[in-house]
Write a protein that binds this ligand. Structure first.
Ligand code: THU
Length: 159
């Protein structure tokens, strides 16, 4: 027997179509990207989260001369959010990534390890986290839940 899994995502053609809060989050991710520490790859990534209490938390990728010791923007940001606001739900996550001096890019989705980390908090809070991955040009892909980016996900329900 063969089965199929369908995922849904939305394409937002231009950031100007975003509502006020979402535009603010896009700009926050963009600004965070400009503060990335990514000297080794030259690939700069920024992330912004919206928490249920209205707080916006930002972060970026942090690299290291011992390459695997670095961390992606999404995990830097979501770990900080959980460390400082442990019981506040995360509503949205915006991420934008591109080579340092790029002026154009396509939407960059979170890497596999970041998807797994985001899933942990989505499972914990029992509510979806909207994921927006944005390009420098303003085109944005959106999913309603990290599960759309991680079919066959492994979470605490198996333990
Ligand atoms: N990176 C992120 O920050 N997020 C992702 O989802 C993909 C990759 C970072 C890790 C590394 O610092 C650089 O981009 C190149 O892989």
């Amino acid at each position: 027997m063969e089965k199929e899994i369908n995922i849904k995502f939305e394409i937002i053609a231009n950031k100007n179509q975003l509502g006020e809060i979402d535009k603010k989050l896009y700009e926050a991710a963009f600004e965070a990207r400009q503060k990335a520490y990514a000297e080794y790859s030259g690939f700069w990534v920024g992330c912004a989260l919206l928490l249920e209490n209205g707080e916006i938390v930002t972060g970026n990728n942090q690299e290291n001369a011992a390459y695997p010791s670095g961390l992606c923007a999404e995990r830097t940001t979501i770990f900080w959010a959980s460390a400082n606001f442990p019981n506040v739900k995360i509503k949205k996550l915006f991420v934008v990534g591109a080579p340092k001096n790029a002026v154009e890019s396509t939407p960059i989705p979170p890497c596999g390890a970041c998807r797994q980390s985001i899933l942990e908090y989505e499972t914990k809070q029992k509510e979806g986290i909207e994921i927006y991955f944005a390009s420098l040009n303003g085109e944005i892909y959106k999913t309603k839940s990290i599960r759309d980016l991680l079919p066959f996900s492994f979470d605490s329900s198996f333990l």
